[in-house]
Design a protein. Sequence first.
Length: 230
Amino acid sequence: MIRYPVLKEGATIGVTAPSSGVPKDLHDLVKAACERMEERGFRVVCGETVWTQEKAKSSEAKKRATELQAMMEDDAIDLMIPPWGGQLLIEVLPFLDFEQWEPKWILGYSDTSLLLLAITLNTGIATAHGTNLVDLRGEYSDDTTAMWQPVLSTKIGDSIVQHSSKKYQKEWDFERPTPCVFHLTEKTKWQGVPKQTLSINGRLLGGCIDVPFSRSNDRIHDEKRVLPSI
């Protein structure tokens, strides 16, 4: 049974970095995103891991897990959004106690996909593959990115319709920042299996599946059964 959280107005957002943190020279991105969220009526609480980054991760695995666990158990925090993804979130999984978690939304993509999958499979709590925190620092969001709030605010039993983007970003252009963060230049085009009509229904568990896996983390694979080695 899937348990669906509901995002309410004036919610408190917990920001922690279970994968990559943010190096000092990019702290302004996080601060700008936090300010935008506060302008929109949210309260933002950032953990220590957000502000550090060393060797492809915000901090050692147990510290990342402890901070994430604390925010998930904190009744004052309603929604979790990591600053962005990374590469080594898988190190955190053995240290998490999923049995203590009550439903609250966790939103993100890239390496965060692994955490979303593990949470839903272990707890039945619905998770959201969508924007990261730093992508919300713009003056406004494009229509696709902006859907995170209406979707997470949908009440249990209600429904909401989403549409594919009209355009997508081919590459970053940091020398020319845009008011909506993403540089939407390429027309979105859906491609399926040639000469076949596809119809799919049911729940979707997806995201970025190319997450790292090392033989030194066999215990994660054996105990958690989260995903096969790749």
